[in-house]
Design a binder for this molecule. Structure first.
Ligand SMILES: [Zn+2]
Ligand SMILES: [Zn+2]
Ligand SMILES: [Zn+2]
Length: 1015
C-alpha cells in the first residue's frame, strides 16, 4: 500500500513553496468507508433511479440468462445461510449482466406449510378452535406476508438486485391456481394413487402430526424380550452354518429362536419381519435345555443377563446377512415372519434382531416396501387394534378393539401363555407426545396420496418408459456443479419411494379432488379440474374451504357408480410440490423468467441452492417439470455448502456463535458480507465468525479501499500557478483528452496494463466458472503484489514531481509531461477495470469508485466487464511481459541489496543510492534487456542512479548478475530528493533539471539559492 505523503516526502525539506508544487494525491473518495451510513443512501439512489429497470432496458434484446430463484421460506428474519444464498445468486446475475446477458432476477417466497401454521397456532392459541379455516388461513397469509416483507427489505439491504416490487410467492392466488393445475396434470395422467404411509398420530386428537408438532416427554413403557422361532431356512442363501444348526437342533427335538426386544408390545400384532444388520456378527447360543438363540454378538452378554438364559455355549458365528429371507413363526399369531436385513439395526441396545411392523415405523415401512410385505392398517384412527381377524388366522384375539396402550398388558399375557416371553420390565424413557394434548403419540400407517415413481409414461422420443426412468434420463442432460451432485440426485431418484404428496393441515393448496360419497372414487373430469383452477385464480385456494361441492360442481355431476353426492378431499399438497411447481407457475407464464421466445431450450439456465436441496427443491422441481413438460426445468444446478463456525459447528444462538447478517451490515457494511461470501469456496462448507468478518473489514477491505483511494488521488491535480483543478480526461489527446495511446506509453505503464489485461482475462474466466473465491484471491494478489508492492510504489516520483503541463516548443518539458500522462492513463484504465471487475462482489464500493472516477456517468452496474483488449493489445505484449519478468527479478535482487545496505547504515533512503548491476557475460539476454530499459531503471528501483556493467570471472559458474547498492554521488535535488550531477540553474538553483522544468511549466517564481543543492 502506498503511504500517504507525510513530512518525509520529497520536497518537504525545500523552501516551503517548493513543496506546494508537488502533485500530491487529491480525491474526495474518503479513506473511512462509513458503509453502514453510506450504503443505505446509495440504495435509495439506486431505487429512485430504478437502476434494476435501467439495467434490464439496457440489456433488452441481448441473449437471456435465467437464474430461477429457489423460494426461501417466509418465516423469520434472514440468517447467514440466506445471506450466502442470495449473495451468490446476485454474483451470478451481476456477472452475467456485465458479461452482456439480459439476466433478470425474479425473487420468490415459499409461503404455505406447517411451520407457518404452527407459529400462527401458537399466536392464536385457544381462539383457533372458534375460527373457521378461512380465518386461520387468512392469519397464516398475514404472517407469511409479514416475513416476506421483512426478508425482502433485508435482501435489498444486502445490495441484491432484482424485481423486488413484484416477486413470486406460492400463496399468490394465481400461483395457487398453477399448483392445482400442475397437480391435475399428474392426476389426469394416472400418476396419483391413495396408499398407506406411517405418520406420527395422536389417538386423542385423531390427527397426523408433523415432525415439528411432536414433543418429547418422559413416558413409562413395558420393555419385553420375545422369542421368534426359526421355522425354515429353505430360502436362505449362502448360510451353510444356519442350515447346519437348524438341522442339528431340530434332529434332537430342540428349537432355534431369535430374540427381539420392544417397548411397544402393541405393535406385535403388526409384526411382519425381523430385521438383522447385514454386517453385524451374530452368534448362535445353545442353552442348557438344548434350544438355540441367535442374537448379535456384541449384545449377547446383555441379552443373556436380561433374559436369564443361564449357561450358554456359542455354537456358530456368522454375519447378519446370512439370515436374510429366513422364516420365523409369529409368537402368537398363525403367521410366518420374514428375516430381513436393514442398516438401521443398531448395537446400542436390544438384541440386534428388530421386530418390524411396517404399519408402525418409518424405517419398518421402507423395509416392508423393499421386501414387498403386505400394507395393512392394524390400528384405527382412535388407536384401537383392528384387522387382526383378517390376518390372525384363528388365534383368540383378546386385545381386539382395545386402544394400543390398553392392549399392551393383554398382549404381554398372551406372550406368556404362548411361552414366547423371555423377560418383561418397565422402562422410563423419552417418548414423543402430542404438542396439543400432551398425550403419547403413536406411529401409524394412514391413507395418503402418492405420486407413483414407476408410473408408465412416454418419453419425448415416443418410447415407453416410467416416471423414474425419465427423471434419471433428464438428470444426465443437466450440468451439476459440483459434479458429485449428479450421482447424489441419481441415487436419490433410484431409491426414492413413491412421493407422499398429502398433508393433514390447513395452510396450503388442497388436493382439489371430489370423492364420491358412496364408493369413495375420485371424480376424474378435466373440465371440472379446469374450472377449479379458474376458481382458485379468482378467489385463491380459500375457495375450497368456502364453497360447497354443489357450488363448484355443475348440476348433474355423477360418479361412475351413479351416485351424485360428493365430498371434498381436505388434505393439502406437500409444500415441496408447491415450490416444485415454480417451473410451471413462474417460468411458463412470467416473461421475465423465460428464455427469449422461440428458444429451442426453454429450461432455466441455472438453479442454485444449498446442497440439501438435491432431496428438496431440485428433486421436486425435476419431478414436477417432468410431469408437466416431460423435461428437467434447469440446464445446470449449483449447490452451496453449510455455513459453519471455525470449529465446524453450525451457527446457532444457543452455541453463541450465531451471526446475524443484518447486524453485520449495520456495523460493518453490506459489502463486508458480500466480500465474505466471495472469500469462501461455496461448494464446500464455509466458515464464518465475528473475528473473521471483522478481519475482512479491517484488513482486506481497508487495503482495497486505500488502493482505490490512491488510484483516484492520482487522477486529479491542481495547478499552483492558477489554482485551477483538473481531472484526468481519459479520451485520447487527439480528441481533447489527456489519454496516451498504448504504443506511446512508458514501458512500465504498458507492462502494468498488460498485467491488468491478464488479470481481466483470469477474473472473467473465474466468474464464468462461478469461482468467486478465485476472483477474491486474484484481486487481492493483484492489489498487493502488482500495485502496492510494485507499480504504485515506483510511480510516486513520476506522479508527484513531473510537470503537469508544458510550454509549447519545450520538447523536454513536453516529454516529461507526457510521461506523467502515461502513468495517469494506466491508472485510469486500471481503476476503471477494477471498479467494473469488482462490481458484482463489492456492489456498493465499486459503484462509489466508479462514480469517483472523472468523466464517468451513471452506475458501474450499467457497464460491461472490460475485455483484456480494452487494457492492452494482448497480441503485442508477450515480448513486453518476457522483458519485465527479467527486470522484476533483477529488481528483487536490487531491493534485497538496498535493504542490506540500509540495515548496515551505509545508505539512508533508497533514493540516496546508486545501484550498480553487474551482468555476467554468459547472459547477454539479461544485459540486452537492462540496456533496453536503462532509462526506466532508476524509477523501477526507486534510486537516484543506476549503472550496468559486465563481468566475466568464473565462467559457467557465476551468478547471472549481481546488484550492488552504494551512496549516490552528485547533489541532492530539494524537490525530488534524487542525487543528480546536473549543473544548478540560475532560475531554480536548488533543484534538478527535471524539477526545474516542472517549476518552469507552472511559472514558479525564480528564487535565489539559500544554499545551493546539497553535496
Ligand atoms: Zn393430541
Ligand atoms: Zn361412486
Ligand atoms: Zn528534482
Amino acid at each position: 500500500m502506498p503511504e500517504a505523503p507525510d513530512q518525509n516526502s520529497p520536497g518537504s525539506k525545500g523552501p516551503k513553496p517548493l513543496k506546494s508544487t508537488l502533485n500530491l494525491p487529491q480525491t474526495a473518495f474518503p479513506m473511512k468507508a462509513g458503509l453502514p451510513i453510506h450504503e443505505p443512501l446509495r440504495l435509495k439512489q439506486w431505487q429512485d433511479s430504478d437502476l434494476y429497470g435501467q439495467i434490464r432496458r439496457a440489456r433488452a434484446g441481448s441473449p437471456r440468462y435465467i437464474l430461477h430463484d429457489g423460494p426461501p421460506y417466509a418465516n423469520g428474519a434472514i440468517h447467514l445461510g440466506h445471506a450466502l444464498n442470495k449473495t451468490l445468486k446476485d454474483f451470478v446475475v451481476k456477472t452475467k449482466t456485465m458479461a452482456g446477458f439480459d439476466a433478470p432476477y425474479v425473487p420468490g417466497w415459499d409461503c404455505h406449510g406447517l411451520p407457518i401454521e404452527i407459529k400462527v397456532d401458537e399466536q392464536l392459541g385457544l381462539k383457533k378452535l372458534q375460527m373457521d379455516p378461512v380465518a386461520v388461513r387468512q392469519a397464516c397469509r398475514t404472517y407469511a406476508q409479514k416475513y416476506l416483507d421483512l426478508q425482502r427489505s433485508q435482501f435489498i439491504r444486502m445490495g441484491v438486485f432484482g424485481r423486488w416490487a413484484a416477486p413470486y410467492s406460492t400463496m399468490d392466488p394465481v400461483y395457487e391456481a398453477r399448483i392445482a393445475e400442475t397437480f391435475f396434470h399428474f392426476f389426469e395422467r394416472g400418476f396419483f394413487y391413495k396408499g398407506l404411509k406411517p405418520v406420527s398420530w395422536c389417538i386423542h386428537d385423531r390427527t397426523a402430526l408433523a415432525e415439528a408438532e411432536v414433543e418429547y416427554e418422559m413416558h413409562t413403557s413395558p420393555s419385553v424380550y420375545v422369542r421368534y422361532k426359526l421355522t425354515s431356512v429353505a430360502d436362505i442363501k449362502n448360510f451353510a452354518a444356519a442350515t447346519e444348526i437348524f438341522k442339528r437342533a431340530t434332529v434332537f427335538g430342540r428349537d432355534v429362536y431369535t430374540i427381539i426386544w420392544t417397548t411397544t408390545p402393541w405393535t406385535l400384532p403388526a409384526s411382519l419381519a425381523v430385521a438383522f444388520h447385514p454386517r453385524f456378527e451374530y452368534v448362535a447360543l445353545q442353552v442348557e435345555s438344548g434350544d438355540v438363540y441367535i442374537v448379535a454378538a456384541e449384545l449377547a452378554p446383555q441379552v443373556i443377563a436380561a433374559c436369564n438364559l443361564g449357561e450358554t455355549k456359542e455354537i456358530a458365528r456368522f454375519q447378519g446377512l446370512a439370515l436374510d429371507r429366513a422364516s420365523f413363526h409369529h409368537p402368537f399369531l398363525e403367521r410366518e415372519v420374514l428375516g430381513v436385513h436393514a442398516d438401521y439395526v443398531t448395537a446400542d441396545q436390544g438384541t440386534g434382531a428388530v421386530h418390524t411392523a411396517p404399519a408402525h415405523g418409518v424405517d419398518d415401512f421402507a423395509t416392508g416396501k423393499r421386501y414387498d410385505l403386505p400394507e395393512v392398517q392394524y390400528v384405527d384412527n382412535a388407536g384401537r387394534q383392528i384387522g387382526t381377524e383378517r390376518f390372525g388366522g384363528g388365534v383368540p384375539q383378546p386385545y381386539e378393539g382395545l386402544t394400543v396402550f390398553k392392549s399392551n398388558p393383554v398382549i404381554i399375557e398372551l406372550l406368556k401363555e404362548k411361552g414366547a416371553l423371555l423377560a418383561v420390565s418397565n422402562m422410563e424413557h423419552s417418548y414423543p407426545h402430542c404438542w396439543r394434548c400432551h398425550k403419547p403419540v403413536i406411529t401409524r400407517a394412514t391413507e395418503q396420496w402418492f405420486i407413483k415413481m414407476d408410473t408408465e409414461m412416454t418419453a419425448p422420443d415416443g418410447t415407453s418408459t416410467t416416471f423414474r426412468q425419465r427423471a434419471l434420463e433428464e438428470i444426465k442432460t443437466v450440468t451439476w456443479d459440483p459434479a458429485w451432485g449428479q450421482e447424489r440426485i441419481t441415487n436419490m431418484v433410484l431409491t426414492r419411494p413413491d412421493w407422499c404428496i398429502s398433508r393433514q393441515k390447513m395452510w396450503g393448496v388442497p388436493i382439489a379432488v371430489f370423492l364420491c360419497g358412496k364408493c369413495g372414487e375420485p371424480l376424474r373430469s378435466p373440465e371440472i379440474n379446469k374450472s377449479i383452477v379458474a376458481l382458485f385464480m379468482r378467489e385463491s385456494a380459500d375457495a375450497w374451504f368456502i364453497r360447497t361441492p354443489e357450488e363448484i360442481l355443475p348440476a348433474g355431476t355423477a360418479c361412475v357408480c351413479g351416485h351424485t353426492d360428493f365430498r371434498k378431499e381436505m388434505d393439502m399438497l406437500d409444500v415441496w410440490f408447491d415450490a416444485g411447481s415454480s417451473s410451471h407457475a413462474v417460468i411458463d407464464f412470467d416473461p421475465d423468467v423465460q428464455q427469449a421466445p422461440g428458444d429451442p431450450d426453454p429450461r432455466a439456465d441455472l438453479y442454485a441452492e444449498g446442497g440439501d436441496q438435491h432431496r428438496g427443491w431440485f428433486m421436486s422441481s425435476l419431478l414436477c417439470s417432468i410431469g408437466m413438460h416431460n423435461r428437467a426445468p434447469f440446464k445446470s444446478v449449483a449447490t452451496f455448502g453449510w455455513t459453519l463456525d471455525e470449529k465446524g459447528r453450525a451457527l446457532s444462538k444457543s452455541l453463541g456463535n450465531f451471526i446475524d447478517p443484518v447486524a453485520i451490515m449495520d456495523t460493518l457494511g453490506g459489502d463486508i458480507v458480500r466480500l465474505w461470501v466471495a472469500s469462501v469456496d461455496f461448494r464446500e462448507d464455509v466458515v464464518a465468525s465475528q473475528p473473521l468478518l471483522k478481519r475482512l473489514a479491517e484488513e482486506i477491505y481497508r487495503k482495497l479501499r486505500n488502493t482505490f483511494r490512491f488510484l483516484l488521488g492520482a487522477l486529479s491535480e491542481t495547478d499552483p500557478s492558477t489554482g485551477l483543478a483538473h481531472d484526468f480526461d481519459p479520451r485520447p489527446m487527439a480528441d481533447g483528452g489527456d489519454g496516451i495511446a498504448f504504443d506511446a506509453m512508458q514501458p512500465i505503464d504498458q507492462y502494468i496494463l498488460a498485467r491488468t489485461a491478464e488479470l481481466t482475462r483470469k477474473i472473467r474466466a473465474a466468474y464464468e466458472a462461478f469461482e468467486f473465491h478465485r476472483v477474491y484471491h486474484l484481486l487481492n494478489e493483484f492489489l498487493n503484489s502488482e500495485l502496492s508492492a510494485f507499480y504504485l510504489d515506483v510511480l510516486k516520483d513520476r506522479l508527484y514531481t513531473y510537470p503537469i503541463k508544458f510550454k509549447p516548443g519545450n520538447a523536454e518539458q513536453q516529454a516529461l509531461y507526457l510521461a506523467r500522462r502515461s502513468a495517469q492513463t494506466a491508472i485510469y484504465k486500471i481503476t476503471d477495470a477494477l471498479a467494473r471487475l469488482t462490481a458484482p462482489i463489492l456492489s456498493f464500493t465499486a459503484d462509489e469508485v466508479y462514480q469517483s472516477l472523472p468523466h464517468t456517468q451513471g452506475s458501474v452496474h450499467l457497464t460491461l466487464f472490460p475485455t483484456p483488449e480494452d487494457l492492452a493489445p494482448i497480441a503485442h505484449t508477450s515480448q513486453l511481459i518476457a522483458d519485465w519478468e527479467i527486470l522484476l527479478r533483477v529488481r528483487d535482487s536490487v531491493l534485497r541489496d538496498l535493504e542490506k545496505r540500509r540495515a548496515e547504515k551505509q545508505i539512508g533512503k533508497s533514493i540516496d543510492a546508486l545501484v550498480e548491476i553487474e551482468v555476467h557475460v554468459d547472459h547477454p539476454d539479461i544485459r540486452e534487456v537492462l540496456d533496453k530499459y536503462k532509462a526506466q531503471l532508476p524509477e523501477l528501483f526507486n534510486v537516484s542512479q543506476v549503472s550496468v556493467q559486465s563481468y566475466s570471472s568464473n565462467p559457467g559458474h557465476a551468478l547471472p548478475y549481481i546488484a550492488l547498492a552504494m551512496p549516490a554521488g552528485g547533489k541532492k535535488c530539494e524537490r525530488c530528493w534524487r542525487f543528480v550531477w546536473d549543473e544548478p540553474t540560475t532560475k531554480y538553483p536548488t533543484v534538478c533539471h527535471r524539477c526545474a522544468e516542472a517549476l518552469d511549466a507552472i511559472d514558479f517564481p525564480p528564487y535565489a539559492a539559500t544554499s545551493s543543492m546539497e553535496k
